[in-house]
Design a protein. Structure first.
Length: 172
């Protein structure tokens, strides 16, 4: 296994970390914070990470990202300071991959439909379409068989198609 430096790890995995964090937080700024925090941990553990295989490194990054986001969510639940709802911070249009192809309304409809998926469907969709991981990589990260993953992806696509058709009927 060739030694990796921080820049190589960041270049290879920052997109996966971002979309993993976004699939949990559903917030662009929170996902960016997660990327920063995860890669601070990479710096701290760089010597240990250099000896890992690509699969092990992806798994480690995935677990660190998800655990960090779940810890943040638990902390936020404990820190409810007022009865006012949190402001709705949306993802800037220019940061989404579908920005060039769809109108703002269509992007919002797609984003809302993906965010409404149950987590066991949403995470594979985010990792496949946004982090551009393969089915085998995703199944390894999530600890499920490829068959289970394919079934979840198929079901997620069906749910999304139904949701988008329903949204189209309301708007059309």
């Amino acid at each position: 296994m060739p030694e990796r430096d921080f820049e190589a790890i960041y270049a290879a995995y920052s997109q996966m970390v971002y979309w993993t964090a976004y699939s949990v937080s559903k917030n662009h700024h929170t996902a960016l914070d997660a990327v920063q925090n995860v890669f601070l941990r990479v710096l701290k553990h760089l010597s240990k990470l250099q000896s890992m295989t690509d699969g092990q490194l992806k798994g480690w990054l995935y677990r660190v990202t998800v655990n960090q986001d779940l810890d943040r969510i638990r902390k936020e639940k404990r820190e409810v300071l007022s009865a006012d709802p949190a402001p709705n911070v949306s993802v800037p249009e220019s940061d989404l991959p579908e920005a060039a192809a769809m109108s703002r309304e269509q992007r919002e409809t797609v984003r809302n439909s993906i965010e409404a998926l149950p987590e066991h469907y949403r995470q594979p969709v985010m990792l496949y379409y946004f982090a551009e991981l393969s089915y085998s990589e995703i199944s390894e990260l999530l600890g499920v068989s490829e068959g289970t993953l394919k079934s979840r992806m198929s079901r997620a696509r069906d749910i999304l198609a139904h949701s988008l058709l329903k949204a189209g009927d309301k708007n059309g």
